[in-house]
Design a protein around this ligand. Sequence first.
Ligand code: GRF
Length: 203
Amino acid sequence: MKDPGTSYRLAVLASGSGSNAARFMSYFRGHPRIRVALVVSNNASAPVLQRAREAGVPAKVMPGPAWDDSRTAESVFNQYGIDAIVLAGYMRLLPSFMIRKYPGRIFNIHPALLPRFGGKGMYGMHVHRAVIDSGARKSGITIHLVNEKYDEGPILFQAKVDVVPDDTPVDLAVRVRQLEHDHYPRVVEGYLLQGRVPEKPAI
Ligand code: GRF
């Protein structure tokens, strides 16, 4: 376990709009023990890069090949002193060497109540459409740790919203997105500062 007084430098990985990444940057601005030290996108035209620039947070574009070479990825993360990783709409699977390098230190958020509505093809509006089509009366968010099984890592937190009659996927997405912004940085903060974080291996 990490010393309870330790500080954490986060890398936030996002492929698209980055509204959750922006929430992390504003929530942790001036925080005494946690800071967003780096934003990474696999997509050079992702709006999240502009959001990082506006927040004064270093941003890197790392397309597929940068990840396939473990030395490149590790040297970037080492250079910024990254202690933990937040996935916020990141559309690639993290390579397993990164999952081994940051055990119990990689977070993901899914816009539904796992274990339902997760797995391959379940992203963006596909998730909300599947929830509505299933007739479920509730949806919500799931914040979980990422391990080698990805969407099956230990769940840290869930919160629910009602699915109301005549909801479109967009209506539901708006309600779910608000829950994400309300909870994601706070749940990561709580987990890191409660000292339940495993040591990082020296690899
Ligand atoms: C969120 O809905 C999140 O649950 C999912 O990807 C989306 C990212 O949205 N993993 P944004 O780019 O943060 O607005």
